[in-house]
Design a protein around this ligand. Sequence first.
Ligand code: SAH
Ligand code: SF4
Length: 419
Amino acid sequence: MKYHIIIFGCQMNISDAERVASVLETMKYKEAKNINEADIIAIVMCSVRQSAVDRIFGLIEKLKKLDKKPTTVLTGCILKKDRKKFIEKFDYVLDIKDIKKMPQILKPTSYKVSDGTHCKIDNYLDIAPKYSSKFSANVPIMTGCNNFCSYCVVPYSRQREISRPAEEIISEIKKLVRKGYKEIWLLGQNVNSYKNGKINFPKLLKMANNIPGNFWIRFTSSHPKDFNNEVINTMAIGEKITPYLNLPIQSGDDKILKAMNRHYTVKDYKNKIKALRKKIPDICLSTDIIVGFPGETKKQFENTAKLFRDIKYDMAYINKYSARAETAASKLKDNVSIIEKKRREKLLTKILKQTALEKNKKIIGKTVEVLVDSKKDKRLFGRTKEYKNIEFNSDKNLIGKFIKLKVIDATPWKIKGKL
Ligand code: SAH
Ligand code: SF4
């Protein structure tokens, strides 16, 4: 019996899929080479944007056409409202926290499973995952969210925060390092609110940094309200903690930030960036933005554009607002037209392109540390310690290895290196 997994969404979903694979393998399923071979298909879905939910409906049509008529299991980040619709379309709709129960649930019985209402908050994160990479591993440290940003479904789809025990996380990282893993991603919806007894996020970072071995530590996502000097200092002294930070600001306008329920001002954010750049001058910085939040005027958007020019990000994930069921903002009128949202997205991308290029050009001539992750013929690709995309030529198979490259050229989204 064979399984196939389809993943939508963020790194946390990739990590969840690695746990789904692991549970299926304990049930003696083997990984299928392709979707047509599968007896069971698990879909790890994302509900953050409506477009991601719409893709599930598209997928249903594709699954119907498969010859083998596989068993279908929908899991991941699912909204209660959508669950009712999905129950009719999939054999099983399962809360991600319930995946440990798959062996009991998937026995041939006549009932369909879990409407999610009575799912207990179980630590499914202690399932040993089937890592999808041999050198880069996702290690969730917490899941869920208590912040209730007014536009976001995560507190509803993943429910409240739970932090994984620190010793469990550290022992997982130690095992990975012993196996030769070079990159460890600590994941959570808001890693900065990690709390396990007396261990907070900076303490956990320090513990991870103290594990002997040659590896890098990355983490995502950080909420600006909880990102503090203790984290900055830990990043500055932890030699394994990479000089890269994704700090989602969402908007450069205080009124919109308030309506988003973000609990910081543009000034607070800028002060944190200033403190960070003082300690780590070469930090590579990215952010998340929502354009066209309900009621966002052209003037308010201009404040975001100004912030982009001031901060000079290396990268940004720019999202067009879409109303999500159950959230507070869904009750507001989605009054910025799609054309205007696209215009705002385009304008921010234009600024970003300039700042990213400017910053990438500054590294030309320098030597950078790189973890090689893929290749196409003689072209090899990787990420620098700062998380910049880099390409170089070589005959050797260097995938999964640390190397040093001299930077010889730069574009906004990629730099070119030479061995
Ligand atoms: N925990 C992170 C974000 C997780 S969701 C934080 O606090 O910043 C990932 C990104 O999706 C968000 O940063 C946001 O930019 C985007 N997003 C979330 N809900 C959205 C919505 N309703 N419309 C458009 N983009 C959204
Ligand atoms: Fe969503 Fe806000 Fe939680 Fe991030 S912090 S997951 S944006 S509710």
